[in-house]
Design a protein around this ligand. Structure first.
Ligand code: PLP
Length: 454
């Protein structure tokens, strides 16, 4: 197909995800054709910095022939076989390797094809585990407001963004929200980060009490909450949440679909913040996106009721642990080790932050927050009062101007208003000062213009 045919066919047949299709009625659909390291190229040959690693996915960067070769080799050797009562070498090797990397005894690896399935698998495991251990009423789950945990009906129930849910109600019953950890918008300005951490963790204890401890199975938390704009945990938050979970016999699910595999400079976000989950859910960066793969990593305790007699976990997915995905994930982990990508992120994270913090001299930049290679910039109308934009302004600012202007200026990133308006950056982990400077320079020009338009 030539460019015009691609554009026409995209408009007529391709149902793009989370997309206002009307936006392309009179405008061309951006078609990305190639990637190389931290850069992507559109069908006109124009280069963009991939400031979001695709969708928090392409950790090792674009154009890695080694990963393509691993996929081709595996597909020609054994393209497919299920993990339903059978196994294949790459899934076994990958499970073994992941078990070595996880914190504590999260030694049991249940593969999926993506993040929503991993999140949903964890809820099914939590329910099933408690049914088999004499606490059948424990079925409910908690998560933070504005947190995104996926779109399948179970995962969507856990997602805390009302506008994504309302078209599909009623959802799976039994999912409840607690406040998120937005220190910038803490309930009381005088709170220290430590006090805020105690406050936020205690809202989880309160919700468990409100629902009845005998009915709550799990709490889902991302190490750094993505939606709303990269909220890192306040100091002590996860340690206190762990205590609360132990007190009430509630499982702690660390949803690391974004935060694992180097995004925070460790293989797992739980390691970055020194807490021990009962389950970790992963996807995205596990293969750097070269093929789809996800997983639920569960503790020995949770696997135990399924190990004997006629017991089983009555759950499975045709493509979970696909041989090609498993082979690519192993090759991807080889790159992490060989190139020291986690160390690279740890070494460069504060430099990345410092480039973004230079933007504080702009009147529209209210807060720069995040960790590792995962940052959000909250935009405000008034820095002194932290006044945010109303819906109409936010619509005009983000959708009417920023997203397109940033892209036109050569930076692919996210301008989001699922909470307060934020710009999010999560580039490939191979990025260094060259890309940080490029990001700062493009943001500065575009945000300056955005302010003059307001
Ligand atoms: C924290 C988190 N959980 C779950 C998901 C869902 O993953 P998927 O889109 O692969 O189903 C996402 C996707 O962005 C996510 O960020």
């Amino acid at each position: 197909m030539n460019d015009q045919q691609l554009d026409d066919a995209a408009r007529d047949h391709l149902w793009m995800h989370f997309t206002r299709l009307s936006a392309y009625r009179d405008a061309p659909v951006p078609v990305i054709v190639r990637g190389d390291g931290p850069y992507i190229y559109d069908s006109n040959g124009k280069r963009y910095l991939d400031g979001l690693a695709g969708l928090f996915v392409v950790q090792t960067g674009h154009g890695r022939h080694e990963l393509a070769d691993a996929a081709a080799k595996q597909a020609s050797e054994l393209a497919y076989f299920p993990l339903w009562s059978y196994a294949h070498p790459k899934a076994i090797e990958l499970a073994d390797r992941l078990a070595d990397l996880t914190p504590g005894d999260l030694n049991r690896v249940f593969f999926t094809t993506g993040g929503s399935e991993a999140v949903e698998s964890a809820w099914k495991l939590a329910r099933s585990y408690f049914k088999r251990t004499g606490k059948p009423l424990k079925t409910k789950v908690l998560s933070r407001s504005i947190a995104y945990h996926g779109t399948s009906m179970g995962a969507l129930s856990i997602t805390g963004i009302p506008v994504l849910k309302q078209d599909f109600e009623p959802l799976v019953p039994g999912a409840f929200r607690v406040p998120n950890t937005n220190y910038y918008r803490r309930p009381d300005e005088s709170m220290t980060p430590e006090q805020f951490g105690v406050w936020a963790a205690d809202r989880i204890a309160e919700a468990i009490e409100f629902e009845g401890p005998d009915t709550v199975a799990a709490v889902y938390l991302e190490p750094v909450q993505n939606a709303g704009g990269c909220f890192p945990p306040p100091p002590g938050y996860f340690q206190r949440v762990r205590e609360i979970c132990d007190r009430y016999d509630v499982l702690l699910v660390s949803d690391e679909v974004i935060c694992a595999f180097g995004r925070l400079g460790e293989y797992f976000g739980a390691k970055r913040y020194g807490y021990q989950p009962d389950i970790i859910t992963v996807a995205k960066g596990l293969t750097s996106g070269y093929v789809p793969l996800g997983a639920m990593l569960a503790s020995e305790k949770l696997a135990e009721p399924f190990l004997g007699g006629t017991n089983w976990f009555a759950h499975g997915i045709t493509y979970g642990g696909h041989p090609v995905g498993s082979a690519v994930a192993l090759a991807n982990l080889d790159i992490f080790e060989r190139e020291g990508l986690n160390e690279h992120v740890r070494r460069n994270s504060s430099l990345f932050r410092s480039y973004l913090e230079r933007l504080y001299d702009l009147p529209i930049v209210g807060d720069v927050r995040g960790d590792g290679y995962f940052f959000g910039i909250e935009l405000v109308k008034d820095k002194a009062t932290k006044e945010t934009f109303n819906d109409v302004e936010s619509e005009a600012l983000l959708r009417g101007f920023l997203s397109k202007a940033l892209f036109d200026a050569g930076l692919y990133c996210r301008a989001d208003d699922r909470g307060d308006p934020v710009i999010q950056l999560a580039p490939p982990l191979i990025c260094d000062e060259t890309q940080f400077a490029e990001i700062e320079q493009i943001l500065r020009a575009v945000l300056t213009e955005a302010w003059t338009r307001l």
